[in-house]
Design a protein. Structure first.
Length: 284
């Protein structure tokens, strides 16, 4: 069984993302294996373009079968994450692209692991090419800081699949002017897709096909061609072409109000539409 019916290209590094069975049952959450049952939970930590008093940048907690994955790690998300889980219960980090609003708390996650009061297990961090060097340049000091000391350094590849317990996360390349990926999460027969940041493209549709829920960025108030972001109409069209039941708009750009975004997305999509807010939990 393969996500989206496509042939996954396992790479040696992606295979390292299989972290089933890690952890000490007494102290840490354990990923249950066996028949995948139950929902995929997607909690919005934040989706603002810069940290606001009441909302971090883009970051989401993806959970299924006991696995806890932080998807995107923009400014403020590391603090918000710990309102839901302890860092020792985090099993993986998956980062769509290296723009600051999706990535800027990564140096601080490194600090959390490097300076933690009690040792944290090594977890995979999956992100576009060069992510580790970027963080190492940021935290550079008189002592050597290497990401591989605390993380499994994994660079995302198109169609690559990471397995965290029975949760499978497939990456697809999307259109954002920099190396960027969307994801399709699959747990048993449950599926959820997330666009990351992207302009309209075929890969977004194939990514979301078969999913009940599409979490789509909606950063463009204006309709631009070509674009590295989705307008509400684009998000609606992507959802319609993919045949999802529910569209969750995230990462609304400046000047785009919730009501306007929903109304405009509804002009191209007939299903349920809502706007993600911090603390909002979706089950797929
Ligand atoms: Zn971006
Ligand atoms: Zn963004």
């Amino acid at each position: 069984m393969r996500a989206l019916g496509e042939t996954p290209q396992f790479t040696p590094t992606l295979a390292a993302a299989n972290v089933q069975g890690v952890g000490n049952a007494k102290e840490r959450s354990v990923i249950k294996r066996g028949k995948p049952e139950g929902p995929i939970r997607w909690t919005t930590l934040g989706n603002a373009p810069y940290p606001r008093p009441d909302e971090p940048c883009s970051g989401f907690l993806l959970q299924a079968g006991g696995a806890n994955v932080l998807v995107d790690i923009g400014g403020g998300t590391l603090a918000a994450l710990q309102q839901y889980i302890r860092l020792e219960d985090l099993h993986a980090v998956w980062i769509s692209h290296l723009h600051a609003d999706h990535f800027s708390d990564m140096p601080l996650l490194y600090y959390a692991f490097a300076f933690s009061e009690k040792p944290l297990r090594k977890i995979p961090v999956l992100a576009p090419v060069g992510w580790a060097q970027r963080v190492e340049a940021f935290v550079k000091s008189s002592v050597e800081h290497k990401m591989k000391s605390f993380f499994q350094v994994i660079e995302l590849k198109d169609r690559g699949i990471a397995e965290i317990g029975d949760l499978r996360i497939q990456a697809r390349v999307v259109e954002h002017g920099v190396p960027a990926f969307g994801l399709a999460a699959r747990f048993g027969d449950r599926r959820l897709a997330y666009t990351g940041d992207s302009g309209p493209c075929d890969n977004l549709v194939s990514l979301a096909k078969g999913s009940r829920v599409l979490v789509a960025e909606c950063f463009s108030r204006e309709i631009e061609i070509p674009s590295v972001h989705l307008s509400p109409e684009d998000a609606g069209l992507t959802a319609a072409h993919a045949g999802v039941a529910r569209l969750v708009l995230t990462h609304l750009g400046p000047g785009l109000e919730e009501d306007e975004a929903i109304e405009r997305a509804a002009s191209t999509f007939n299903g349920a539409i809502e706007v993600a807010r911090p603390g909002m939990v979706i089950e797929a």
